[in-house]
Design a protein around this ligand. Structure first.
Ligand SMILES: [Zn+2]
Length: 107
């Protein structure tokens, strides 16, 4: 009896593996222009896929926010240097932020 159960179980596993193999989760989505860099060249924050990319110097740059994309366009040479050669790290100097800890929101 146990042998039968083992056979049935192995068959279920076999069928399940076939079923899973049919719809592979590894669908390559490369329709959208993928950003070359991993962090925002303005402030080193992780880039957002929702923000439009900017092409500069044969690289597609991604940004953490639309504002930084605009900022980059104004002076791409300056900000492009903030990224490491592979675009994975922020190596530049972050711009000074005026507000350290804004007290906002009441209630
Ligand atoms: Zn940013």
């Amino acid at each position: 009896m146990l042998k039968q159960l083992a056979i049935i179980l192995s068959m279920i596993v076999f069928i399940a593996s076939i079923a899973m193999a049919q719809d592979k989760p590894e669908v390559k989505q490369k329709q959208e222009s993928t950003a070359w860099n991993k962090v925002c060249p303005i402030d080193g924050m992780p880039i957002s896929s929702k923000v439009a990319t900017v092409e500069y110097n044969n690289h597609v740059y991604g940004f953490c926010s639309n504002e930084h994309a605009v900022q980059f366009k104004q002076d791409p040479e300056k900000y492009a240097g903030n990224l490491s050669d592979d675009g994975a790290k922020f190596i530049g100097e972050k711009e000074m932020q005026h507000e350290q800890q804004g007290k906002e929101g009441q209630g």
